[in-house]
Design a protein around this ligand. Structure first.
Ligand SMILES: *[C@@H]1O[C@H](CO)[C@@H](O)[C@H](O)[C@H]1NC(C)=O
Ligand SMILES: *[C@@H]1O[C@H](CO)[C@@H](O)[C@H](O)[C@H]1NC(C)=O
Ligand SMILES: *[C@@H]1O[C@H](CO)[C@@H](O)[C@H](O)[C@H]1NC(C)=O
Ligand SMILES: *[C@@H]1O[C@H](CO)[C@@H](O)[C@H](O)[C@H]1NC(C)=O
Length: 325
């Protein structure tokens, strides 16, 4: 009984204290990366179809299906060796330096370019932030055979200098706000880095890139691109999200932590009460045992407690039914 209670207490302790930490970790991810990954596969398929005459080193613009209007795609096929030794000085907004290594090794690879345009916030919702530039994607695939069948991305890494993304014309950031580079990797992990020379971002890996600013630094009237708040707003804890940003996740964390502590204190109180109750019960039990040899003590209920009670008279028949033997 006591052991069970301890186990339950430990589990509750774990949930109340560690759950906020687990929660805050997941808040740093794109909540729903799946639609974006499905989109990657569809765009890879359509980008590969652009290779009518598959010339190496030439950028081909693809045509997206009707349901994806607003998104631009391109494909560039390169020899792995040439990519490593020469890089790609200009591939749309991307400046790819020398020293790119792919994993696993392939003889030829295809770099698929994506510009998500007005669908950026739909596929890459960033609660509390507003995009100042569209989400751009750069993904590497095995280009040895240009069959349009869906294939997984290769890993690529810039081993010397980073890849530079020049966003060109970026929506102006409001006074006093700090635009940030956003990098979302293929698992949905978000990484914020500083913007370089006003409209550029740096990355050593592939993925999706954009420039964004905290939503609360823009007057609400001029913030039409704001993505919808993501998790179902059933919980009190999510209310501060309306103020936006990283601050909001701190708020959520704080609220989780505080409510966790309150819950924990309640449990502690229950535990203390329970122990006290248990001790009293044992005392009474001892009294009962002590009395067993001689005259049995009669028990009666006081509140929720069993307590010994002396009888007034043994032979009063009217009272007998009221006593618990
Ligand atoms: C758009 O259409 C293409 C082809 O018709 C389909 O494969 C894809 O799943 C669709 N995407 C969305 C987001 O509806
Ligand atoms: C995006 O813009 C294109 C025109 O460039 C338009 O046809 C399309 O409906 C827009 N999509 C959304 C989701 O706003
Ligand atoms: C790349 O594609 C070629 C041709 O389909 C295949 O032989 C090779 O094994 C593939 N490489 C990797 C790493 O998948
Ligand atoms: C974010 O990017 C920076 C620079 O590339 C790197 O040092 C850091 O480890 C990254 N953080 C995460 C969580 O990936």
């Amino acid at each position: 009984m006591e052991l069970q209670f301890q186990t339950v207490a430990i589990i509750i302790l774990f949930i109340t204290f560690l759950w906020p930490i687990v929660e805050s970790q997941t808040l740093r991810n794109i909540p729903e990366i799946k639609p974006a990954r499905v989109l990657d596969a569809v765009l890879q398929d359509y980008a590969f179809r652009a290779f009518v005459t598959p010339k190496t080193g030439v950028t081909f613009d693809g045509i997206v299906p009707k349901n994806l209007t607003g998104i631009q795609i391109s494909a560039l096929r390169l020899r792995s060796g040439s990519l490593f030794t020469r890089g790609v000085p200009m591939y749309k907004e991307f400046r790819i330096p020398v020293g790119i290594i792919e994993q696993p090794y392939v003889e030829r690879l295809v770099l698929v370019y994506q510009n998500l345009g007005n669908q950026s916030a739909m596929y890459y919702p960033l609660p509390g932030y507003i995009y100042l530039a569209p989400v751009l994607g750069l993904l590497a695939y095995n280009g040895s055979e240009l069959s349009t069948k869906i294939q997984p991305e290769l890993e690529i890494e810039a081993s010397r200098e980073p890849i530079l993304i020049d966003f060109g014309s970026v929506r102006p950031a409001p006074d006093g706000s700090k635009p940030m580079c956003v990098w979302v990797d293929l698992q949905g992990q978000i990484n914020f880095t500083n913007v370089v020379s006003g409209n550029r971002c740096l990355s050593f890996k592939q993925g999706h890139f954009a420039i964004a600013v905290k939503a609360n630094s823009i007057p609400p009237s001029s913030a039409p691109l704001s993505p919808p708040l993501v998790p179902p707003a059933t919980s009190e804890a999510l209310k501060p999200d309306k103020n936006g940003g990283i601050d909001s996740s701190i708020w959520v964390f704080a609220i989780y932590a505080v409510s966790g502590c309150v819950l924990w204190c309640c449990w502690l109180a229950v535990l203390v009460l329970w122990i006290r109750l248990y001790k009293r019960r044992r005392k009474i039990h001892k009294m009962e045992q002590a009395a067993e040899g001689g005259e049995p003590l009669h028990m009666t209920m006081i509140g929720s407690m069993k307590a010994p009670a002396a009888m007034v008279t043994r032979t009063q028949p009217t009272l007998e039914t009221e006593y618990v033997p």
